[in-house]
Ligand binder design. Structure first.
Ligand SMILES: [Zn+2]
Length: 513
């Protein structure tokens, strides 16, 4: 007689083995002492590595779940009902106002031919592009799912293998071999070598993904205008800038942490503030021109009306540029920036061809709304508070050698380098806080978008903003039926249909009053 295929003893043996393999504390393969991490039960080092890996995997599965929902949304083949109703109402409004205008124009004997194309009904255009938008979205989300799986796998493997202590020790030995540096005396220089190595590795591993996204997905859907030459030229420029600006920045930051004493977080915070202000000043003047050409908008009605709008809102507009965005992509945009009394507005050349002048004014009305309503300032303040809080908590656990030993920095005779402490802090204790805060910020950003739309509406641009938004959405093949959970978690701007509905509701209230 054959024995029972289920051998209880074997199964229990398997579980005992599993249990010993997963026993806490988990220890990375590479540690500085070469021995496994030892820690008392209940101490931070006891569960730190396991908890970090668990957290990474939980976030990955949660976000993966949202991705899968969004993917389902992109697989829908029926044009979304709510969008259809909303946009057909807009079309109806537009048709009635156009009729009125035309009778007026006939009387004035003034005919503007470029108005015809821009006054075409929007719904049929959206319906015609619906399948393209779905397929573009589907390609992007599928690619996103693959690349985030890769990222998660990479971070978990790095944690298990002890990548950080390994690269750190490698930087220490490179430093001593070539420059006679010692870890205790030249920590900052070694930190820069360490960052150089990790960022080079990061560039290499992310390169295939960037190439695929630009030259497969974006190209397939007609957006990419970049050549391989330009792509690599951009890469070289941005890598050099990272070293030129990032290097001194990190060196100063580490120096401040080193000499700042117990209240170093205050000095770090002040430094971050000065650095942000410095970057906001040099980026538009010295860095952006390295990548794009900025030419003054040519004289004409559009320029006059933009300056008039800026005047009306007391926006100190000093420069109005057109940027050659079409060099890289046919996606369109407009933005504004600048300090104090020296402000600029930049329009993508792609935007100028995609929407009508009135719609550009409406879009700028929205952008200037962000400024007038203080969103620009509040975002800056929130970022500063965020860094303040992060560095304050970092100062509390900065000396916790115990925490860092869990990740392989377990040589008691060597103190944990500040750069490692920073990296591990942001990856472990701060990571859950960061997830929650970024979600709140995304919600805040959507709330502000409605505010800026209302502002443009109050300037009298409601109809133009609605049609402008639809057109930009069309040209960029934006999602027409995003998953509600996915958009709530990821979208910094509310879905199109929500913005249009909100503006139409404002129109209604205005009519009634
Ligand atoms: Zn906005």
């Amino acid at each position: 007689m054959k024995s029972c295929p289920i051998d209880i003893e074997q199964i229990s043996e398997f579980f005992t083995k599993m249990n010993t393999n997963f026993e806490l504390p988990w220890s990375p393969r590479y540690t500085q002492t070469g021995e496994a991490v030892v820690a008392d039960e209940g101490s931070m080092a006891y569960w730190a590595l396991a908890a970090t890996i668990a957290f990474t995997v939980v976030v990955f599965s949660m976000e993966g779940n949202l991705d899968a929902r969004q993917k389902d949304a992109y697989l829908q083949t029926n044009f979304p009902k709510q969008l259809e109703q909303t946009v057909s109402k807009i079309d109806h409004e537009r048709a009635t106002t156009t009729e009125k205008e035309e009778t007026k124009k006939e009387n004035e004997a003034d005919n503007n031919k470029d108005d015809d194309a821009s006054k075409k009904a929007l719904l049929p255009q959206l319906q015609a592009k619906f399948q393209n938008a779905q397929s573009y979205g589907l390609d992007k989300i599928t690619f996103g799912m693959i690349s985030s799986s890769f990222d998660t796998l990479e971070s978990v493997l790095f944690l298990i293998c002890g990548f950080l202590p390994y690269i750190w020790d490698m930087s220490v030995s490179l430093g001593s071999q070539y420059f006679d540096w010692t870890e205790s005396e030249n920590e900052i220089k070694i930190s820069l070598v360490f960052l150089l190595l990790t960022s080079l590795l990061g560039t290499v591993t992310s390169l295939p993904f960037e190439l695929y996204s630009t030259f497969q997905i974006e190209k397939k859907h007609g957006f990419n205008k970049m050549t391989l030459g330009l792509f690599f030229m951009d890469k070289v420029k941005s890598t050099m800038l990272t070293f030129l600006i990032g290097g001194p920045f990190v060196a100063l930051l580490l120096q401040i942490i080193k000499v700042g004493g117990p209240y170093f977080y205050i000095y770090v915070w002040a430094f971050m503030f000065v650095f942000s202000a410095f970057m906001m000043t040099i980026v538009p003047v010295f860095i952006m021109p390295l990548f794009n050409k900025y030419e003054p908008l040519e004289d004409g009605d559009l320029k006059k009306s933009i300056y008039a709008l800026a005047d009306r809102l007391e926006y100190p507009l000093t420069n109005l540029f057109v940027m050659d965005g079409s060099k890289r992509s046919s996606h369109s945009n407009a933005f504004m920036f600048g300090f104090g009394k020296n402000k600029r507005i930049v329009l993508f050349d792609t935007l100028l061809t995609q929407v009508h002048s009135n719609e550009i004014l409406a879009i700028l009305g929205h952008e200037l709304g962000h400024w007038k309503l203080g969103h620009t300032v509040s975002n800056f303040v929130i970022t500063q508070l965020y860094f303040g809080a992060a560095f304050y908590f970092f100062s509390l656990c900065y000396t916790s050698e115990e925490l860092f030993s869990a990740f392989g920095f377990n040589d008691a005779s060597r103190s944990t380098p500040s750069i490692i402490a920073l990296l591990l802090f942001f990856q472990t204790l701060w990571a859950p806080v960061d997830k929650v805060l970024s979600f709140l910020l995304t919600m805040f950003s959507r709330y502000n978008e409605f505010g800026a739309d209302r502002f443009s509406h109050e300037l009298g641009y409601s109809a133009q903003l609605q049609s402008g938004l639809v057109k930009i959405h069309l040209e960029n093949l934006g999602a027409m039926c995003p998953d509600p959970w996915y958009s709530m978690y990821h979208y910094s701007h509310p879905p199109l249909v929500e913005r249009l509905s909100a503006m139409m509701a404002m129109d209604e209230t205005k009519k009634q009053s």
